[in-house]
Write a protein that binds this ligand. Structure first.
Ligand code: ACO
Length: 325
């Protein structure tokens, strides 16, 4: 009998410090950086974001989200036999945030590793966990997206610092006789490294290069809308389903205009799209599991429904996962 994987619990966590656009406008104003609520809302749809305290790391946010997902699945940390964390803001250069999270959770012994695909990280991590469950290498996986993007923002660059926030989301993915994950489609094109990157690195005991986020927003926007449509159609074709079969589109929450454009291309009304970008900003690899958990806990997204998850981010990376909840 074929082995599938299925999400059995979701969880998420946002650090308590919430900044509305007005709060951010006031803080940036003190640095002489001009922006406005109107500009941010009109160009991005973002109204607020959360920032973690200085002593809080990705593993801390991920831990809260993981505990909540485990509770929803009715499992203990020791039931887990695989941990994958998608993050571009790891606690340290090494070991992985997954190992640090594993220890905080008390799930020691199972394989644990990070996936680095920036804002596509969660769809990459979910696809890897699904493949490991299908192959029999794992049976109960914890897949986490966790970020403290506030650490890598340049607060003197108004074109990027207004866009991002911190947070974490998690799912428990278990082996199942019925799907679950129906299909996935992952891609990367490294020739676009320069349009979205944090070019700094650690060398000889120093940070070399600029360790803050750089983005060509318009180039990212153009690439994103094209590849997201292709990935969506690819997963539908692989699963033998049509656009009309999608109950919910749960996209990476970067910008409401990218989400509206993707929904339009898939002929989906916006009331079939889970939107959290207005309240969370762009939380990179955390945004999809955060939006999924928001949808589940508000009662919008229900068991048995067909969900299209899709992400796009630095690399350039992109991908989609089609699943039945
Ligand atoms: N407040 C006020 N004015 C601003 C701000 C700001 N925060 N930022 C830029 N401006 C100004 C610019 O200086 C420019 O002024 P000018 O016309 O006098 O030169 C004007 O606004 C327009 O700037 P554009 O860059 O052309 O604005 P655009 O409409 O392209 O919107 C944005 C910028 C929101 C970044 C858009 O390009 C976008 O959303 N791109 C996609 C970004 C994205 O999704 N990134 C995440 C990818 S996921 C990941 O991997 C991290």
């Amino acid at each position: 009998m074929r082995r599938y994987s299925r999400i059995t619990g979701t969880g998420s966590y946002l650090p308590p410090r919430r900044l509305t656009n007005a709060d951010l406008v006031a803080e940036l104003g003190q640095r002489g950086i001009e922006t406005s609520d109107e500009w941010i809302v009109e160009r991005t749809g973002i109204r607020a974001r959360h920032f973690a305290a200085p002593d809080v790391a990705s593993s801390d946010l991920g831990l809260e989200a993981a505990r909540s997902a485990l509770q929803a699945a009715g499992l203990q940390p020791t039931d887990i036999d695989l941990i994958i964390v998608a993050t571009s803001t790891p606690d340290m250069v090494f070991p992985s945030t997954a190992c640090i999270l594993q220890n905080k959770l008390g799930a020691n012994g199972c394989p644990a590793f990070d996936v680095q695909a920036v804002c596509s990280g969660f769809v990459y991590a979910l696809t890897v966990a699904d493949a490991m469950i299908q192959s029999g290498a794992a049976s109960r996986a914890l897949v986490v997206g966790s970020e403290v993007f506030s650490r890598i923002l340049d607060f003197n660059d108004r074109t990027t610092c207004v866009l991002f926030g911190d947070g974490a989301g998690a799912v428990v993915l278990e082996a199942s006789e019925t799907p679950g994950v129906l299909s996935s489609d992952l891609h990367a094109d490294g020739k676009h490294v320069g349009i979205l990157c944090v070019p700094g690195n650690v060398s000889g005991g120093q940070v070399l290069g600029d360790p803050v986020l750089k983005m060509d927003g318009q180039a990212v926007f153009k690439l994103a809308v094209g590849v997201l449509e292709k990935a969506a159609h690819a997963v539908l074709a692989k699963a033998g389903l049509a656009e009309a079969d999608i109950d919910w589109l749960i996209p990476h929450q970067a910008n409401i205009r990218i989400m509206q454009s993707t929904a339009k291309k898939l002929k989906l009304p916006m009331d079939k799209v889970v939107v959290t970008v207005d309240q969370h900003g762009n939380t990179s690899a955390a945004s999809i599991p955060l939006a999924l958990d928001h949808g589940v806990r508000t009662g919008q997204v229900k068991k048995g429904q067909t969900l299209l998850l899709e992400g796009v981010g630095g690399g350039f990376t992109w991908g989609a996962v089609l699943l039945k909840l």
